[in-house]
Design a protein around this ligand. Structure first.
Ligand code: 5RP
Length: 215
């Protein structure tokens, strides 16, 4: 196992310890969350989960977790997810796995949102591309307003969205997040603000550092 994989596993296992009996848990998507799911299973807790992607849903179910559709549940006790980039202020870029819309809904519903990353995800400054999910209807008009945007080869999202990347300037992430959200046809972008994040667990070779964000 490479040290990056070890760091992902360590961060995931540390976050799994936050989960308690009776909790409703949001499961993120990606290779770091792939370590979280078995770590939760090993804890043998009585928990209910919602998943942010068909892949996480299938893995969690196959390993014996109780996974429910995200309807009829209006809040989650905790959600745990990976990230593509984490900046010093706690801004995240997510969506490398094309699941950022569902991931943001789950993050927003969680009392506590915990990010698990290997140390290579820490960046001084956020870098493009920023993942986007776009409506198919009027997509050329949406892309014109976005500016420097490229559609990806990825299949459409489980919700029918077209996945793309924003390659323009970032500048102030809060301002860019507002601009992207204001463009009709943008279902969701992959900038997650620090206000959404409670803890960041970073795998560091042989240990895990925990940072409270509470932005
Ligand atoms: C998926 C995501 C993932 O959390 C992000 O891409 C990190 O993935 P990984 O843990 O595989 O590095 O946002 O949409």
């Amino acid at each position: 196992m490479t040290y990056i994989e070890t760091e992902k596993r360590l961060a995931a296992e540390a976050a799994a310890k936050l989960v308690e009996d009776g909790m409703t848990v949001g499961l993120g998507t990606g290779s770091t969350v792939a370590y979280l799911i078995p770590a939760l299973v090993r804890r043998k807790l009585d928990i209910s989960c919602v998943a942010t992607s068909p892949a996480s849903f299938d893995t969690a179910r196959a390993l014996g977790l109780k996974v429910k559709p995200f309807s009829g549940i209006d809040r989650l006790d905790i959600a745990i997810d990976g990230a593509d980039q984490v900046d010093p202020d706690g801004w995240l870029i997510k969506g490398g796995g094309g699941a950022h819309t569902r991931e943001k809904i789950v993050a927003g519903a969680a009392e506590r949102y915990v990010v698990i990353v290997s140390s290579n995800k820490l960046v001084d400054t956020l870098k493009v591309p920023i993942p986007l999910e776009l409506m198919a209807f009027g997509i050329d008009a949406t892309c014109r307003q976005l500016g420097d945007v490229r559609l990806t080869e990825a299949p459409i999202s489980p919700d029918g969205g077209i996945l793309a990347g924003y390659f323009g300037p970032i500048g102030d992430p809060a301002e860019l997040a507002r601009r992207l959200s204001a463009i009709p046809g943008v279902v969701e972008h992959g900038l997650f603000p620090p206000e959404m994040v409670n803890d960041i667990f970073v795998g560091r070779r042989s240990h895990v550092s925990q940072r409270r964000v509470d932005g």
